[in-house]
Each structure stands twice: as C-alpha cells, then as structure tokens.
Design a protein around this ligand. Structure first.
Ligand code: GLA
Length: 376
C-alpha cells in the first residue's frame, strides 16, 4: 500500500519561512544576521553584507572581525580573499588577529608605558617587552553590539563596544563604533567614531590578512604592491620606531612604484625576515587619500586602499608558521597573508614628533578606511 508522504514538521516549516525572510531582507538591501556561537557567555552573530556585483563580506560581532570576503577574479569567479576560520572556535584559540579590529591602541607601545596628563600608566607587555594591539584582551577578543544601518548606499552594520575606564590599563570610558559598509561601487569601508570621558590614546584599525589569489592557491610574495609613501619609520629590534622618518629611496622599503612583495623582502631583515613596518603616508592624514594598491597577477584581483590615517603598517605574515589551519583546510604558512593596517604611527604616545592619537575627553575621534575591489 502506498504510504502518504509525511506532512512537513513545524520546525522545518519555520526554518523555511526564516530562510525566505532572510532572502527577502537581502533582496531589499538589508544584511543577513546569522547566529555564530557564543563567547564570554554572550551570543555572537555573523552579518552578511552583499552587493550587486557578487561581493560578499561577512563580519562577526566577536572582535568586529571580517571572517570572509568574496570578490570576483578577472573571469568573474569569486573566491574568499582573507585568512580566517570556518567557525568561532578557530578565533577563540590563540591566533594572530585575523580580520579583527584591534585597539584601544593598535600596534606597539614601548614597554607598555606612557604618561598622560601627568599620570604614568603601565599596560600589559604582551609582545616581548612591549604592548601590542590593546593588550591581553583587546578589542579583537570582546563581543561587540551590532545594528544594521539602513540607507546611505549599500549595506551597512554598525558595531559598538564600550571599553571601560581601566580596561587593559587605559584611562577613560571609551565608546568605539566601527561601521562596515559595502557599496555597489565595490567598496568596503570602515568608519570609526570614538568618544571618551577621560583623555586616552586611541588607535584603532582592521587587521585583515589579504591574499588576493585565494589562500588555497599559495602565498602573497607574487602580489604586486604600491604604497603611497616616500618615508617610513625605522624600528629597533623590538619593532619600536627610533623616531626617525627615513626616506624609502634605495631601501627594500620602497614601494613607490608597483613592486612584487617578494622582490626585496630578503633584504628587509627582522627575525623572521619580512615586512613589519609603518609607512609615513604622503597624504598626511585628515582627508581620504591613497594608501596602497595590491594587484595579484594570477587572479587579476586588485585592491586599492584609501584612508584618513597618516600611516600604514605593512606586515607580510612573517610570524605565520603553518601551525594554524584555516578555512578550506589551508595551513597558513609564512607570507600567506598581507596585512595593511591603516593607523597612526607605532608608539606615538611616547614620540612627540609623531602625529598625536590622544583623544581628549569630550572630543570625538573619527577615522575612515576604504578598500576598493576590481580586476584587470
Ligand atoms: C601586527 C604586528 C606584527 C604581528 C602581527 C600579529 O601586524 O605588527 O608584528 O604581531 O600584528 O602577528
């Protein structure tokens, strides 16, 4: 006797209805929100931003982290061009800031010390003798609040985090907002707005590791890089700037003309060898100005970065050693990702000749960086 098909069960019907609603929201230009586990006893969500040309950016509330960025190659084939993990667990282990927003002060503060308004502060020394990327539990390791921002062109999500007075040793209750926006012009922008009730240093940036060929295809040494900087800030053996602004001319730091990342890397020094240096951008900071262009000859992908920041840290993934396995089962080896951290110069809080990143109580810090994707 033929059996009647089972009637669909209620949970399945509900799931189908949810999917339809998510699809309808996306069609209407609203990012999708997907549960992505929990951290610190708080739920973590993943937001999916899409544009009309097939670019997809996924950002989760843990660390306001870019977990995936799909862009088309010259044949229209999309691939994910950032390093990271499939699940939240990957990010909860010790990992090198894949895709996260770093702060309160991104980059290094010498010996974790500074004096502000006559008071001495000692922060965590979590990178040899120095403080790095906000300390033991920086902005990359906390759950941010998020809300979809309607209108304004493209899809946008605003992430907010309140860093309390004394957190990681920094003064002042500091409210940080980072708004990611994906436009139909193929631009992913991040706008930062920070306020505080006590004077504090602030230097926030995004720490995505880009690999325009797709990390499953190889490393980044064949990427062709241009940086709009005539000078860089030389560093000591612990990567703290000496204070000098040095011309890139005649040094392996020179990316004024399009140059393969691997071309002069062997002459940069460092242990392990590679780029981990801040450039003094010709734009000077303030208004949006060109920072860098990255071109991958194999895939044809191009990324152009503009920013209001005066500097950019070029990091060639020197500390990756193949022990972390990321998305698609790819082991992230040395030089597998290229990080371009738009920022104020490292250790600025102790270097009077560098542009200041001290945010005064009651004032507002703003910063914007735009990543534009194309192909050739
Ligand atoms: C930054 C630093 C590097 C390294 C990475 C994370 O880019 O400048 O030295 O610490 O973060 O591994």
């Amino acid at each position: 006797m033929p059996t009647a098909p089972n009637p669909p069960r209620l949970p399945a019907l509900l799931a189908a209805a949810c999917l339809c609603a998510a699809a309808a929201m996306q069609a209407a230009g609203v990012p999708a929100r997907i549960p992505f586990g929990s951290a610190d006893g708080r739920p973590v969500d993943l937001y999916v931003l899409t544009n009309a040309n097939g670019i997809v950016a996924k950002i989760m509330t843990y660390g306001a982290t870019v977990t995936e960025l799909d862009t088309p190659d010259r044949n229209g084939r999309p691939d994910d061009i950032v390093l990271g993990f499939d699940t939240l667990d990957g990010y909860l282990q010790k990992e090198p800031y894949f895709g996260a927003i770093v702060g309160r002060v991104g980059n290094r503060i010498a010996k974790g010390r500074f004096t502000l308004d006559g008071k001495a502060y000692q922060l965590a020394t979590n990178d040899g003798p120095n403080h790095l990327h906000g300390g033991n539990k920086g902005f990359d390791k906390v759950v941010w609040d998020a809300r979809i921002v309607p209108g304004g062109g493209g899809q946008a999500v605003e992430f907010t985090y309140l860093s309390r007075d004394g957190e990681e040793g920094y003064p002042g209750n500091c409210t940080v907002k980072a708004t990611y926006r994906l436009s139909d012009d193929n631009e992913l922008s991040i706008g930062y707005v920070v306020t505080t009730d006590r004077d504090t240093p602030v230097n926030v940036t995004n720490h995505s590791y880009f690999n325009l060929g797709g990390p499953e295809m190889g490393g980044i040494l064949e990427h062709v890089l241009t940086i709009n900087a005539d000078r860089f800030t030389p560093v000591d053996s612990t990567l703290i700037p000496t204070g000098e602004l040095k011309s890139v001319a005649g040094t392996p730091m020179d990316f004024r003309k399009p140059t393969r990342v691997g071309e002069n890397l062997g002459r940069v020094g460092g242990d392990p060898i590679g780029y981990d240096h801040n450039y003094v951008l010709n734009g000077g900071g303030g208004a949006l100005a060109p920072v860098a262009t990255v071109y991958d000859p194999a895939s044809g992908r191009v990324m152009e970065i503009t920013s209001t920041e005066p500097g950019v840290q070029l990091y060639s993934g020197n500390f990756l050693d193949g022990t972390l396995t990321g998305k698609k089962g790819v082991a992230y080896r040395r030089y597998w990702g290229l990080v371009l951290e738009t920022q104020h110069f490292p250790d600025s809080v102790n270097q009077p000749n560098f542009p200041s990143y001290v945010l005064k109580a009651g004032q507002t810090y703003t910063s914007e960086t735009v990543y534009r994707f194309s192909d050739r």
